[in-house]
Design a protein around this ligand. Structure first.
Ligand SMILES: *Cc1c(COP(=O)(O)O)cnc(C)c1O
Length: 445
């Protein structure tokens, strides 16, 4: 058994429990009940075994007690460590430049097809892996807006709660093309609804850019209904799937989505800076022109001719040399999701979220902690954001104790729940520690 095996994990776990118990100032039975409930949920969890597929997060006193940030940076799979090693020694080290012909030229579309099939509900030939989410957003939004402007449709519809890069890219495209930004202002704890969209779309609507799962609140938008509303108004919809891919069902083809982009380093565990994916529905591929015409998107890149001619299908949405080292790890998570089934992944995410909402009500509500994510499971993605005036300081203390959620301005703590790697016990330990820290501070003051 390697040091990374279950024995090591057990050691880390009991160390963490000691720390939690020692620091307790009030020996809350609520906390103990929560940890016990978490242990029984873990014992009954059909995906519990998936945790062993991940690289262990440290050992002994440095072991991570609870990792609740898999929605920002997913943990690496052991298979990815092996795959990267093989890539460096064999594909790169031995096959050298021949690997471009043997594997790498096809990688962006081959991996795109795998993602499409297993995670996104997209038939082959509509997805590609390549640039960052920001750059792919620009490419697809710019392509969609150019197409819309030709039909006299001048508006880009978006919402004030979307991730900064989405808003900034849209503002840049509007400045570049003369398009108009039309803003939806959802309540922060909620998100965009079909009615919100219906209220702003019309004959001017070009492209509607929204996130399926809101990065702050975790609001899970009604993608099928919103897509229909946009189509009824004659517009195109561009879905940002950063917080959905590998966590919730998307079913792009079934819902006739036009365009989509998403991250691979969050729930897809591709690694820091792993490139994003883009989806362009086949019916739009011939018509839409992406703006970064590079040699790798050319129909015949190695002819190196005088003029640009877009490659067939999704190849035409590639710009430069694919980031091979960064993208190979995505496939390991796709394999794992395929093995356990996306529905099981969603079910675990939903159950983890419900566990957090209930636990906050039971244990933390009396300390002034509120759930600011949707309380209904069907409208919540895979994190739960809680709010307390002292969240910033709490987060800093938790990080010091190897409990890792993230802080979001102004007073939010996001508890990211990665179905393949997060246990109920991890979540319970974090909540118990928050309870203890707030109890200590109130006795001290
Ligand atoms: C994480 C995230 C991004 C990140 O974009 P990068 O180009 O990878 O930095 C963009 N949009 C949303 C909604 C995100 O959650």
């Amino acid at each position: 058994m390697s040091a990374a095996g279950p024995g090591a994990r057990r050691g880390a776990a009991s160390g963490a429990t000691d720390r939690v118990t020692d620091a307790s100032t009030h020996g809350s039975t609520g906390d103990e009940a929560l940890l016990a409930r978490a242990a029984s949920l873990d014992a009954a969890d059909p995906l519990a075994g998936c945790r062993d597929a991940f690289v262990p997060a440290g050992q002994g006193e440095h072991a991570v007690v609870a990792y609740l940030d898999g929605n920002s940076l997913g943990r690496p799979l052991r298979a990815t460590a092996d795959r990267l090693d093989t890539l460096v020694r064999h594909g790169w080290g031995t096959r050298l430049i021949r690997s471009w012909d043997e594997e790498w030229m096809a990688l962006p579309t081959r991996l795109g097809d795998r993602l499409g099939e297993v995670v996104l509900g997209a038939a082959p030939g509509q997805c590609v892996v390549g640039d960052s989410t920001t750059v792919l957003l620009y490419k697809l939004l710019r392509a969609g807006v150019a197409d819309a402007l030709e039909r006299g449709r001048t508006d880009i519809v978006l919402d004030t709660e979307n991730f900064p890069t989405d808003r900034y890219v849209a503002a840049g495209v509007a400045a570049e093309t003369g398009a108009t930004l039309r803003w939806i202002e959802p309540e922060p704890a909620r998100g965009v609804t079909p009615d919100d969209v219906a209220a702003v779309v019309g004959e001017r609507t070009g492209v509607v850019l929204l996130s399926q799962v809101a990065y702050k609140s975790a609001w899970l938008a009604d993608l099928p209904a919103i897509t229909r509303v946009v189509h009824d108004a004659g517009g195109l919809v561009l879905w940002d799937l950063c917080h959905s891919a590998g966590a919730v069902r998307v079913d792009l083809d079934a819902h006739e989505v036009d365009l989509a982009v998403g991250c691979s380093y969050k729930f897809l565990n591709g690694g820091p800076g792993a490139p994003a994916f883009a989806y362009v529905a086949r019916r739009h591929q011939g018509r839409l022109r992406q703006p970064i015409q590079g040699w790798m998107g050319h129909a015949e890149p190695f002819v190196m001719g005088p003029d640009y001619r877009a490659g067939e299908g999704m190849r035409g949405f590639i710009s430069g040399t694919p980031p091979v080292l960064g993208m190979v790890g995505i496939e390991d998570t796709v394999d794992l999701i395929e093995a356990v089934g996306l529905d099981a992944v969603r079910e675990k995410g939903r159950a983890l979220g419900a566990f957090v909402v209930e636990a906050v009500d039971d244990v933390l509500a009396d300390r002034g902690v509120r759930v600011v994510s949707p309380r209904e499971d069907e409208r919540r993605g895979n994190h739960v954001t809680i709010a307390h005036p002292r969240s910033r300081e709490l987060c800093a203390r938790l990080w010091g104790e190897h409990i890792v959620p993230d802080f979001r301005e102004p007073d939010g703590i996001r508890l990211g729940l990665a179905p393949l790697s997060t246990s109920y016990t991890e979540v319970a330990r974090a909540l118990v520690r928050i309870d203890q820290l707030l109890a200590q501070d109130s006795t001290a003051s």
